[in-house]
Design a protein around this ligand. Structure first.
Ligand code: EPZ
Length: 421
């Protein structure tokens, strides 16, 4: 096996400051939305992640001129090639986010079907159902979606399921239709709202009634450029907060948006942590007395408990004083980290979409394999909590969503290092 891996040793009572990067899942739709205009767009606070590099490669391949200056992207120019390269889409299923802008701006496109991934089938039927309703002809052949439309009609459309990228794609699809459209049962994640801010700057008239999950949109034939700041990554922030509690540490976490962290903060406090909101963009997290209370958690769409935080909390609860339950309502196969935690001594049984976690005294270091982006973060937390040494393999998953996490953690005293193959 010649892949890089992380070597982690038990690390307790960490102290210091962790800075959160921009949100990957906000940056990706913002980058795709630049297809809607040839004018210069500026995207600030972009995280330095593999997925961002893949989106830069994809948009460049399609013809956009992209200049990167540290964490700021300058993107402009027309699309010359409306076909997404299959090898890039295979590496990053969020490439499907270019579909909406291609339809709105060019009324045509050829987008490779995003494969499923380890956490589920990840269908895009809702994206396509809305496009068809708008008058887009859709043909799927050889793993590609061929899209063509002569005119795009306004719609009054209700999503059958709340979908983050589905909402983002359809908002973009509607952004050049001047008559009013209505979308119902939309996702209201902060990452969606970040995109809405950019679309408004471009000249799209959007109103989102978050209470009722209803969006009304009036597009514009000609869309301008935008200059936007990517919101802080609430999942990276949450990961660091859980890590602080799990290692009995006291850590200040900066560059957060505290308004996006409510369900994470509430659950950490229930688990027995101290969480001090120091300002609108910083929190201090510490564990009161290293006793973790068991929790009953159910993942749900924002503002509920995020599915992307489920693995991290499972690691924490594996040493709680009692039995916890975690219900995964969003994805059909997002408990793979449970078997890896079991290799470290965790006691977890799964019935359908519920994981029952019986707290044990200690975890023991082991060699484990990450299976998806957020599961790997949960394993990093487990490795820091466990007695002895752990090795985490398949860390390319981690690099997709965390900007050099081991460097950030080493700075606060964690014994973690990347061993390159
Ligand atoms: C986004 O994925 C995020 N990715 C995910 O983060 C996140 O876990 C997920 O939202 C849920 O919050 C990005 O934003 C790039 P969904 P998305 O469409 O949009 C079903 C990461 O790597 N569904 O909200 O793909 C679907 O199967 C990832 O950071 C349909 O049935 O998720 C799932 O069960 C992990 N039909 C549920 O809806 C559709 O057309 C929610 O999926 C679309 C979705």
């Amino acid at each position: 096996m010649n892949e890089s891996y992380l070597l982690i040793e038990e690390s307790k009572q960490l102290k210091g400051v962790l800075k959160v990067s921009g949100a990957k899942n906000a940056a990706l739709p913002l980058m795709a939305a630049t297809i809607l205009t040839e004018e210069p767009c500026i995207i600030r606070n972009v995280p330095n992640l593999l997925d961002i590099k893949h989106m830069i490669e994809l948009l460049t391949d399609m013809g956009k001129k992209i200049h990167q200056d540290k964490n700021t992207l300058y993107i402009e120019g027309p699309i010359k090639n409306k076909e997404t390269r299959e090898d890039i889409v295979r590496r990053m299923r969020a490439s499907v986010l270019v579909m909406g802008p291609l339809i709105a701006k060019y009324k045509s496109g050829k987008v490779s079907m995003p494969g499923g991934c380890s956490i589920g089938a990840r269908p895009i039927d809702q994206h396509l159902k809305a496009a068809k309703r708008m008058g887009v002809d859709i043909e799927i052949e050889q793993g590609f979606i061929n899209l063509k439309a002569s005119i795009l009609n306004p719609i009054d459309f209700t999503f059958d399921v709340i979908t983050v990228t589905g909402t983002e794609n359809v908002l973009c699809m509607l952004s050049t239709i001047e008559e009013e459209s209505i979308l119902r049962n939309v996702a209201i994640e902060p990452e969606v709202i970040n995109l809405v801010e950019a679309l408004k700057q471009m000249g799209v008239d959007i109103n989102i009634d978050e209470e009722n999950r209803v969006a009304t949109i009036k597009g514009s034939k000609y869309l301008k450029g935008f200059d936007i700041e990517v919101i802080p990554d609430r999942i990276e922030a949450g990961t660091f907060m859980v890590l602080a509690v799990a290692t009995n540490s006291s850590v200040k976490i900066e560059n957060v948006n505290v308004y996006h962290l409510k369900s994470i903060v509430d659950n950490l406090k229930l688990a027995g942590a101290n969480v001090d909101i120091l300002s609108k963009d910083s929190v201090l997290v510490s564990s009161k007395n290293s006793v973790i209370n068991p929790l009953n958690i159910e993942t749900s769409e924002y503002p509920g408990f995020p599915t992307d935080m489920q693995a991290q909390f499972m690691s924490l609860l594996s040493v709680a004083k009692g039995e916890s339950s975690i219900v995964e309502n969003i994805f059909e196969n997002r408990f793979q980290h449970a078997q890896e935690l079991a290799r470290m001594g965790a006691c977890i049984t799964i019935h359908s979409k519920t994981a029952f976690v019986k707290g044990v005294e200690r975890l023991k270091g082991a060699e484990v394999f990450s299976t998806d982006l957020r599961a790997s973060a949960g394993l990093v937390i487990a490795g820091l909590m466990a007695e002895g040494k752990s090795i985490i393999r398949n860390i390319y998953h981690l690099d997709r969503g965390y900007d050099h996490i081991e460097q950030k953690l080493e700075k606060i005293g964690a014994k973690i290092k990347r061993v390159n193959a």
